[in-house]
Write a protein that binds this ligand. Structure first.
Ligand SMILES: Cc1ncc(COP(=O)(O)OP(=O)(O)O)c(N)n1
Ligand SMILES: Cc1ncsc1CCOP(=O)(O)O
Length: 431
């Protein structure tokens, strides 16, 4: 027992008898294995663990045992993984031979502090996203919650893997490999993703850096995106507040895209297949289930999710809901107004339309990116389009006040051209 050399946590497979007999997944790039058998008798668990070790050690991959220190001792595992209600890591460490790997499940900063004090080698942080594999799991952390838990590491040298998600020193997965018909290929694909992710210095959420684009370049890109919208007419799914549904649909049409304002959770998967972007504006929050579902499906298709958390600071309910949503999916663009009360919802629509176009022209094929296009340029372009159209509408003679302004604005959006954007848009970059 006692794995020699540095442990590579990057593709951590949590599995049981399913791995046997071929161990195909191992050959696809798995770097460490945990044997997790939740319902088997001790004798059977021991057999599975022994066979797993036989396969893994052929490839110099360390084998850990979930929960059962006795099994680990009996078959000479390289270590154990224990949960919060299992044998404490400190006690497991005392029982196991020197050099054994001890990992602990963590879901809160308090768990992390205890794992450090107990001398664990690594922590499993999670669950990050929803999982079908573990019932009665702890609170889903989402990326933000995982960040809070990881803050508790405070410069300690503890390693960390995300479970029910991806990131950190590695990912710990069950079904992504074991439920695949081609586990070896599934493992290879994940391994490539993890490797690309950990060796990449590019920002993960917005695609290629736009830092080098000067103001004029962004304005030209905005003009190009307007032309793309007119050519491709992307469908923009909007779950927006009841006050602005009509205006948002008209703005979408005026820009050259098509609106769909569906809210039922059961249609979100189908809609994610045909829409180019999703706008979520929770100005009049009702049933959250559709919103939760929609973002997940759109993330999975690598299309933009534009989140407009209207008046997020106005009530505790809004604040908590925004956290719940952002723990369920990842926004590509978060749109806010300075005061975040009242106006500006159609800006969110315009941003969603331009982000859809940015994603259409995006060439960012690497799987580790949330979207394919440049969301920075998409977001700025959406704002520029509304700004230029508003300025044109405001100077019209037929506009006498806010009642006549809105139809004039929609007309100006309809009549907006790439040339008008180039002529009138202004951007200042502050490095
Ligand atoms: C790497 C990793 N992280 C977390 C867990 C979950 O462990 P636990 O909380 O003990 O739950 P069970 O696995 O026993 O259901 C894990 N197994 N591996
Ligand atoms: C064991 C465990 N602990 C937290 S989530 C989880 C299961 C993760 O499984 P999957 O990778 O299939 O979501």
């Amino acid at each position: 027992m006692g794995f020699k050399g540095p442990v590579d946590y990057s593709l951590y497979l949590v599995t049981g008898r399913e791995l046997l007999p071929s161990g195909a997944a191992i050959k696809g790039g798995v770097t460490i294995v945990q044997v997790r058998e939740k319902t088997t008798d001790t004798g059977e668990f021991l057999k599975v663990a022994r066979k797993t070790k036989e396969i893994c050690h052929k490839y110099s991959i360390p084998v850990l045992i979930n929960d059962r220190v006795d099994i680990a001792l009996a078959m000479g595992a390289d270590g154990v993984h224990v949960g919060q209600s299992d044998m404490p890591a400190r006690v497991a460490r005392q029982l196991l031979p020197p050099g054994s790997i001890v990992g602990v499940s963590t879901n809160t900063p308090v768990d992390v502090t205890a794992a450090i004090a107990d001398g664990a080698d690594y922590i499993g942080v999670g669950p990050i996203w929803n999982t079908q594999t573990k019932v009665n799991h702890k609170t889903l952390l989402g990326p933000r919650g995982a960040g809070v838990v990881l803050n508790a590491l405070q410069g300690s040298s503890m390693r960390a893997v995300a479970i029910g998600g991806r990131g950190l020193d590695g990912v710990a997965v069950v079904s992504a490999i074991m439920a695949s018909r081609q586990p070896r290929e599934a493992a290879r694909e994940l391994s490539n993703i993890v490797r690309a992710y950990t060796s990449s210095s590019l920002p993960v959420f917005s695609g290629p850096s736009t830092a080098s684009l000067k103001a004029l370049g962004i304005i030209q890109a905005a003009a190009g995106l307007l032309a793309k919208i007119r050519e491709a007419g992307p469908l923009i799914h909007q779950i927006t507040n009841t006050v602005v549904v009509n205006q948002s649909a008209n703005v979408t049409l005026a820009l050259g895209a098509s609106p769909i304002m569906a809210t039922a959770a059961s249609e979100m998967e189908d809609l994610s297949k045909v829409s180019g972007a999703l706008l979520i504006n929770f100005g009049t929050i009702g049933d959250k289930s559709g919103i939760l579902e929609a973002g997940r499906w759109v993330n999975a298709r690598r299309n933009p999710v534009i989140f407009d958390p209207v008046a997020v600071g106005a009530t505790k309910y809004r604040f908590e809901t925004s956290q719940e949503l952002m723990n369920a999916w990842q926004a590509s663009v978060i749109k806010g107004n300075p005061a975040e009360i009242g106006s500006g919802c159609i800006v969110g629509t315009s941003v969603a339309v331009f982000c859809a176009a940015a994603n259409l022209v995006g060439e960012n094929d690497a799987e580790q990116y949330l979207v394919k296009g440049d969301m920075f340029v998409g977001a700025i372009s959406g704002i520029l389009a509304i700004t230029v159209a508003s300025e044109l509408a405001a100077t019209r003679e037929d506009v006498k006040g806010s009642g006549t302004f809105l139809p004039a604005l929609i007309d100006e959006i309809y009549n907006l051209t790439p040339e008008k954007i180039i002529d009138r848009a202004q951007i200042e970059l502050h490095p």
